[in-house]
Ligand binder design. Structure first.
Ligand code: PLP
Length: 373
C-alpha cells in the first residue's frame, strides 16, 4: 500500500494542553499533544497513518535502529501568520531530502505530498499550541527508523515513520548573538563518498566531542574544514556563508561551499542563495557556490576584505559569526557598529521572516495547513 493521507485514523487526547507562555519555550524540550506514526513493512508497504496522543514506543532491544543506526530525520517549521493561519515553509524540499536520506540507508520512500498532508492534519490537531509572534514557530521533526528485529546486518523489512512537533521560540531571545568558531581540521564531519549530505542520525553523535573540545577553548561551534586545502564546509550543524569585498573593484561576493556530497543541502541555504540572487544588485554583488579555504578567509581578513559571515539553518535561520580561531590566532569577522550581526545577515533574516510569517509571498514557498480564525 502506498502512503495515503485520506486513510488517517485520529485518536485525540482527552484534555488538550494549554499553550505555555512564550518565554518558557525551550528548543525541542516540550512537545505538542499528538504525534503521527506510520508503520511500513516490505510485504504490505505503508500501513494506515495514525495521529494519536504523544507517547512512548515499545521496541524490541534487537531492533536494527539501536545497533546499526537505521535512522534519519528532518527539521522544518510551521509559522503562525499575521492573519492567524498556520503555514509550513518549503516542506516539499524537506520531504524530497527525507526520501534521499531514506534511500541511502535502504529505508522505504514515501509519497511526499501525502506526508505533507498528514503533517498538516497533525498540526491541525494541535494548532492552538503554535506560538504567536516574530521568532516563534512550531518545529516539526519527521523521523524514520528501521525496526527489524535481530542482529543480522541487512536491509530492514520493517520501518516506522513518525512526526513530533515542538513549539519553539527565537534562537536568540534578545536579538542576534554573534558566535566564536574554532576552525577544525583534526576531526572531519563529512568526506567524499560519505553521507554528509544526508540527514542521518549517525552523522551527528560524532560531532559532539569536537564541539566540547572547542568549547573548552572558548568557541561555541566548529567551523568544519576539509582536506589538505582546508576548504570551509559547514559550521556546527548549519551551512555557512562568507561575504568578501574586492578592494580593487569594490564588488562584494557572497560565498558558500558547493553541494559536492559533503555539504548538507540546507533548505535555508537554498533560500538564502535564491533571495540573494533575486534581491542583490548584480552591479555590486556576486553570489558564488565555490570552494574557499580558511587560508583565503585569513588572507582577506588581513587585507580588510572580509565583510561578514553567518551560518544558516532552520532552527536559527541565520546565525552571525564574530571570530574564528585558527592556528592559534583569532580572525575577527566584522559586525555592524554596536550590533551583533552584519548588514547582509540582518537583511537575509528579514527577507526570510517576511515570507515565513506571510507578510510577503514568494513562489510556492509557503503552504497554509490550518486556520485559527
Ligand atoms: C539540517 C542541517 C543543515 C541546515 O539545513 P536546513 O534545511 O537549512 O535546516 C545544515 N547542515 C547540517 C549538517 C544539517 O544537519
Amino acid at each position: 500500500m502506498s502512503l495515503d493521507a485520506s486513510k488517517v485514523k485520529v485518536t485525540r487526547v482527552e484534555t488538550p494542553s494549554k499553550p505555555r507562555p512564550n518565554d518558557e519555550l525551550v528548543f525541542g524540550q516540550t512537545f505538542t499533544d499528538h504525534m503521527l506514526t506510520i508503520e511500513w513493512t516490505a510485504d504490505k508497504g505503508w500501513d494506515v497513518p495514525e495521529i494519536k496522543p504523544y507517547g512512548n514506543f515499545s521496541l524490541d532491544p534487537s531492533s536494527c535502529v539501536f545497533h546499526y543506526a537505521f535512522e534519519l530525520f528532518e527539521g522544518l517549521k510551521a509559522y503562525r501568520t499575521a492573519d492567524n493561519k498556520i503555514s509550513m515553509f518549503r516542506a516539499d524540499k524537506n520531504m524530497a531530502r527525507m526520501n534521499k536520506s531514506a534511500a541511502r540507508i535502504c529505508l522505504p520512500n514515501f509519497e511526499q505530498d501525502e506526508l505533507i498532508k498528514l503533517i498538516g492534519k497533525l498540526i491541525e490537531q494541535d494548532k492552538h499550541l503554535v506560538p504567536e509572534g516574530q521568532g516563534y514557530s512550531l518545529y516539526i521533526r519527521p523521523t524514520m527508523i528501521g525496526t527489524t528485529n535481530g542482529l543480522g546486518v541487512g536491509t530492514p523489512d520493517r520501518a516506522l515513520l513518525y512526526v513530533i512537533t515542538s513549539p519553539v521560540g527565537p534562537y536568540y531571545k534578545t536579538g542576534f548573538k554573534a558566535v566564536r568558531l574554532e576552525a577544525t581540521d583534526y576531526a572531519t564531519r563529512a568526506w567524499p563518498g560519505g553521507v554528509g549530505d544526508k540527514k542521518l542520525g549517525a552523522n551527528y553523535a560524532p560531532c559532539i566531542l569536537p564541539q566540547l573540545q572547542a568549547a573548552k577553548r572558548g568557541y561555541q561551534q566548529n567551523l568544519w574544514l576539509f582536506g589538505p586545502e582546508k576548504n570551509i564546509t559547514e559550521v556546527g550543524t548549519m551551512n555557512v556563508f562568507f561575504v568578501f569585498k574586492d578592494s580593487k573593484t569594490g564588488k562584494k561576493e557572497l560565498v558558500t561551499a558547493p553541494l559536492d556530497g559533503t555539504i548538507l543541502e540546507g533548505v535555508t541555504r537554498d533560500s538564502v542563495l535564491e533571495l540573494a540572487r533575486e534581491n542583490l544588485s548584480s552591479d555590486e554583488w556576486i553570489v558564488s557556490e565555490r570552494y574557499y579555504t580558511i587560508g583565503e578567509v585569513e588572507e582577506r581578513a588581513a587585507k580588510g576584505e572580509l565583510v561578514e559571515a553567518f551560518g544558516s539553518g532552520t532552527a536559527a535561520v541565520v546565525s552571525p559569526i564574530k571570530e574564528i580561531g585558527w592556528n592559534g590566532n583569532d580572525i575577527t569577522v566584522p559586525l555592524l557598529p554596536g550590533e551583533q550581526c552584519g548588514a547582509l545577515t540582518k537583511q537575509v533574516a528579514e527577507w526570510i521572516a517576511d515570507i515565513q510569517y506571510g507578510r510577503k509571498e514568494h513562489k510556492d514557498w509557503t503552504r497554509i495547513v490550518a486556520d485559527l480564525n
